[in-house]
Design a protein around this ligand. Sequence first.
Ligand SMILES: [Zn+2]
Length: 312
Amino acid sequence: MSQIEQGKSIVTTSIRRFSDFQGWAPRYCPLCYQADRDRYGEAYWHVEHQISLAKICTEHRCRLVKSNIDPTHLSYAFFPLDAIKTVESPCTDTLDLEYELSSILFSYQLLPLEYGVTIGYNNLAIALANMGYEVIQKYSEHTILDAQRLYRDMVDLFGKALVTQAFGYEKSIPMINRLCKWEMRSPERFALLQCFSHITQEAFFGPELASSWKAKLSGYQDTQVIYSRKQIACEMGVTVAQLDTLVQKYGIQIRWQDEERKEDRPHKITFTLNDIEMDLFKRVMREKGYKYGAHFAREIILDQIKKEHSCC
Ligand SMILES: [Zn+2]
């Protein structure tokens, strides 16, 4: 709000851009129409029914009906909804996704004023990153998404018409990352991305969400197991270079197997076990969270020696 006062705010994208003005006309819900008449004696236009990407009345879960008003007449003529002939029966054949998107768009109108840009992070971007859309980049403090794949997956989910209406054609794909850096204010686009990621309003505008990369890496940090970079990279489905970037980004300390050079440990001990001993060895190794027998044997032998001979 203070930015708006100072005239520094990034302008909210006009809703006009999202409307198909050739085919646009004011809309209403046939059930709200009837309910308003019963309650107030007259039906009226609901503001929330005019949001262009919202197709459903969330109160009655039915499809909004387009009136036959010529929108070019709206600037000089008054059209009471009561004077419009309503359809006989409402269409309740709706998709859950359409309902969810309409609900998000309606609820944006009711958000408290303090909801807005979150400094230093964008939870929508983090949620999408956690869905696997992050591009791991070394030099960006922002969450960067694979916008092209995201755009295509949104087209698969919402259909080309809706995605094109909100985002334009594929050439405008970089816009997705601008949104995620808060460089654009665009409620309809945010709503579409929010619907795609299924995060709630509270999560979107709340405290910074945990990154799933960070959570995964912390898991490796907290065990006694010594891993190689290649092993973790493989388990996480990233390259070794990407793993290094992530480790640095999230400040995770992991004891890497690769860092313990062979020349520091030139000696090798070999011993044999029978079946019963081997079963026991494997069971305890798994219980302790070790993945490799050699790591486990080394740690417990050295540990035992240190315990029994405190001079070491
Ligand atoms: Zn309704």
